[in-house]
Design a protein around this ligand. Structure first.
Ligand code: Z5A
Length: 215
């Protein structure tokens, strides 16, 4: 008898600037490939043509900055399309989704960072996600001073990365507040060397690999 493929796992990577999400995403991709697990890797804001266009508008330093409401609505508009076009269809066919940032980033950046009302974010979350939440969120926790230095060395800073340090302290606090007591989160000390971070990732992910059918 054929084994039915179950819904894919939805894994998100979160953390402040330069915390190593992209570096870790590449490592997780190797783990998934080695186990023949079907997956898509994607990011927020982004992942579809419409959402990537909104990402460019959100990150650009050209022209006047959007209002906090406009920023929030653009992020959720990008997310709605991303869920519709990529995330939901992939999960439904048993494909895992590895996503660089998701709604925890909205709580951390727009909620804690910009001080936007958390209940309003929750309302948009319910409207757009219709109960969809990550199965696992890997939170890369790092002192923002170190993260910004890493990001600065890597590339030109975008509109978010030019915020003051106090903003990133609030973002970090927001992430840690959300992670506290929530079993969906695994907090990883991102100040450790890359190989130590990778060992922690492998240990975290191993139980998720075990129960799947990857025919
Ligand atoms: N945003 C928002 O406000 N609200 C939302 O709801 C969402 C997003 C979804 C774009 O995100 C912006 O969107 C983001 C918040 C906002 N703010 N900004 N900027 P993004 O994820 O594209 O941008 P990012 O956070 O700046 O990503 P990043 O700078 O690419 O960081 P990363 O992916 O976490 O780090 P990395 O590229 O893997 O590593 C950075 C450098 O550090 C690189 O040179 C690595 O080689 C090095 N590195 C990595 N790990 C280590 C360790 N362990 N030790 C030493 N060096 C390391």
């Amino acid at each position: 008898m054929a084994t039915l493929r179950s819904e894919g796992k939805f894994i998100t990577l979160e953390g402040g600037e330069g915390a190593g999400k992209s570096t870790s995403r590449e490592f997780i991709v190797e783990l998934l490939d080695a186990r023949n697990i079907p997956f898509v890797q994607t990011r927020e804001p982004g992942g579809t043509a419409l959402s990537e266009a909104l990402r460019s508008l959100l990150l650009t330093k050209e022209g006047p900055a959007p209002s906090v409401e406009a920023e929030l609505l653009m992020i959720f508009a990008a997310r709605a399309q991303h869920l519709h076009e990529i995330i939901e269809p992939a999960l439904a066919e048993g494909t895992w989704v590895l996503c660089d940032r998701f709604t925890d980033a909205t709580y951390a950046y727009q909620g804690f960072g910009r001080g936007y009302n958390l209940s309003a974010i929750e309302l948009l979350e319910q409207m757009v996600q219709k109960g969809r939440h990550p199965d696992l969120t890997l939170l890369f926790d790092l002192d923002p001073g170190i993260g910004i230095e890493r990001a600065r060395k890597r590339a030109e800073l975008d509109r978010f990365e030019e915020e003051e340090l106090a903003f990133f302290e609030r973002v970090r606090d927001g992430y840690l507040t959300r992670a506290k007591g929530n079993p969906r989160f695994v907090v990883i000390d991102a100040a450790q060397p890359v190989n130590v971070v990778q060992r922690a990732l492998q240990k975290t992910l191993e139980p998720y690999f075990g129960s799947e059918f990857h025919g």
